[in-house]
Ligand binder design. Structure first.
Ligand code: HEM
Ligand code: CU
Length: 541
């Protein structure tokens, strides 16, 4: 069929202006996601500084109105989950999936652009809630608390999260279809890079779990605005049903936030160890196992919600079992670096940092999975310590590792390694100083989500505050490095780290449609150190 002039698309602008358009190039969309979500990370981080300022002293003096404090931590958490980690990882997925599987774009480019363009309105909505009284019921938004006061802020929160959930469902559809249908013919599933396996598992979770959250939030919206009583006990509703629906999404969602990070770590460790990944199939299969098991552990968040004994035992056992596939990964990563020729680049440092701190979060997770222990520390700072060890120590460290690793491919420029290392040290020290003492604070009995606390907790809170502010400062060298390098850093070659996955076979940054001639798969993704296969060997011979 002959295309009419109207149907032939106008060439989109090729300079920076394309980032502000409804562009369908997966690489542009990837960068749009990453830059937007990083900006929101700074906003969420600023709110975290406000939280630490309030908790510097036992009295509610920084925010004399504690409801404002409640709004600050609610919006902080909502941003960190729905506007920073989930979209940031979607950004990596967008940029990398087609490049790693030898495709020219995503399966549904326009749906892809639409998914991104739902994020800015979601963000603006959420932040605008501060003008009408921010939502104050926590990121979990449990009824009846969320139905009590501050209707406008709560309604805005609901609209925003429903919008963002819709965006991630669209993204997941695209990722699954692209991975399944668009690999170059020579790439069977056992030659897919592990990041691709991880994104496949993640997208299945997103597709199955997010609609349940949306359902719960729509019903909550009715309760809030139309005064129905699905969850409101005053009219005979059941608030615990909301908790089940919420956690049916939100436990799997922790894997939505960490599986892509696992995938990135599996790419980075072999490159900087010059060794094949240990246990490729075990890592791939464990991602799928986590995706399945992740759906039968949710009620471990509800051990104190009056759940019957048999149910608690069931969820305690399944929660402990999920540590097995996670442990398989950690074991494989350690075995990968064991005896390798390690190169301590910034990406590698963040990957190793990830390994050490994520392990702590995994262990406190197993502790929390035990019903008697959880009843003791539920809703204390111990939980806050655990979730930051897995979400910051896990996901954020992995995101930084990924940024240092793929920045040359994305921007065509190298980041400064010295500043990268300074960034790593500040982050690692600040992180542990901020979040490790929270374990102790929780065991001592300090409740989470409060602006005022008993004076006996002051010393630890000051220490945590210092760590928190250090963590805030640690972002600055990164920010300066990223901006400066993007504008004027040294030009990046196609394959600066001598890696074997397909994204490194095209120039940095890759051209529109990725390759002039599609690459041919000649080596496996992790064939490092094999005679004649490792690019380093090839260069030497
Ligand atoms: C070994 C695996 C894990 C187990 C057994 C586990 C167990 C638990 C349990 C039982 C709680 C509830 C604590 C309470 O409220 O009393 C919890 C909270 C939490 N976990 Fe994990 N966890 C694990 C891994 C993870 C991972 C990988 C992430 C994220 C990447 C994560 C993120 C969270 C979050 C965000 C919360 C707090 C939820 C809230 O109340 O806001 N966990 N975990
Ligand atoms: Cu959970």
């Amino acid at each position: 069929m002959q295309l009419t002039q109207d149907q032939i698309k106008q060439d989109p602008p090729q300079d920076w202006r394309r980032y502000f358009t409804f562009c369908t190039d997966h690489k542009v969309i990837g960068v749009q996601y990453m830059v937007t979500s990083f900006t929101l990370y700074l906003v969420g981080g600023f709110l975290a500084m406000l939280i630490r300022a309030e908790l510097w002293t036992p009295d509610p003096d920084f925010f004399p109105d504690s409801q404002v404090y409640n709004g600050v931590f609610t919006v902080h958490a909502t941003i960190m989950i729905f506007l920073w980690l989930i979209p940031m990882l979607a950004g990596f997925a967008n940029f990398l999936i087609p490049l790693m599987i030898g495709a020219r774009d995503m399966a549904f480019p326009r749906l892809n652009a639409l998914a991104f363009w739902l994020i800015p309105p979601g963000a603006i909505l959420l932040l605008s809630s501060f003008f009408v009284g921010a939502p104050a019921a926590g990121w979990t938004s449990y009824p009846p608390l969320s139905l009590m006061d501050g209707t406008a802020g709560q309604a805005i929160w609901l609209a925003s999260v429903i919008l963002l959930g819709t965006s991630s469902i669209m993204g997941a559809l695209n990722f699954i279809t692209t991975i399944w249908e668009m690999r170059i013919p020579s790439m069977d599933i056992w030659r897919m890079p592990l990041f691709i396996w991880a994104m496949f598992a993640t997208s299945i979770i997103t597709l199955l779990a997010t609609p349940v959250l949306t359902g719960a939030l729509v019903l909550l919206t009715f309760d809030l605005l139309a005064k129905t009583t699905f969850f409101n006990p005053i009219g005979g509703g059941d608030p615990v049903i909301y908790q089940h629906m919420f956690w049916f999404y939100s436990h799997p969602a922790v894997y939505i936030m960490v599986l892509p990070g696992f995938g990135m770590i599996s790419e980075i460790l072999p490159v900087f160890s010059r060794k094949p990944i240990f246990g490729y199939r075990a890592i791939a299969v464990s991602s799928m196992t986590i995706a399945i098991l992740g759906f039968i552990v949710w009620a471990h968040h509800m051990f104190t919600s009056g759940t019957p004994e048999w149910l608690r035992i069931f969820f305690m056992i399944t929660s402990m079992i999920i540590a097995v596939p996670t442990g398989i990964k950690v074991f494989s990563w350690v075995a990968t670096i064991w005896g390798g020729k390690l190169r301590f680049t910034s990406a590698m440092l963040f990957a190793l940092g990830f390994l050490s701190v994520f392990l702590v979060g995994g262990l406190s997770g197993i502790m929390l999975a035990s019903v008697p222990f959880d009843i003791h520390v539920h809703d204390t700072y111990f939980v806050v310590a655990h979730l930051h060890y897995v979400l910051f120590g896990g996901s954020v460290f992995a995101v930084y590792a990924g940024i240092y690793y793929w920045f040359p491919k994305i921007t065509g420029r190298m980041l400064n390694e010295t500043w990268g290392k300074i960034h790593f040290v500040l982050t690692f020290v600040g992180f542990n100083l901020c979040f490790f003492p929270m374990h102790r604070l929780g065991l001592m009995g300090m409740p989470r989500r409060v602006a005022a606390y008993d004076a006996s907790f002051t010393d630890l809170n000051v220490l945590i505050g210092i760590g928190g502010f250090l963590l805030g400062v640690s972002t600055l060298p990164f920010l300066a490095n990223a901006v400066y390098s993007w504008i004027g850093g040294p030009k990046a070659p196609a394959n600066p780290w001598e890696a074997l996955t397909l994204e490194w076979t095209t120039p940095s940054p890759p051209p529109v449609e990725n390759w002039d001639v599609l690459p041919v798969l000649t080596v496996g993704p992790y064939d490092y150190g094999h005679e004649g296969r490792d690019p380093q060997e090839i260069i030497r011979s």
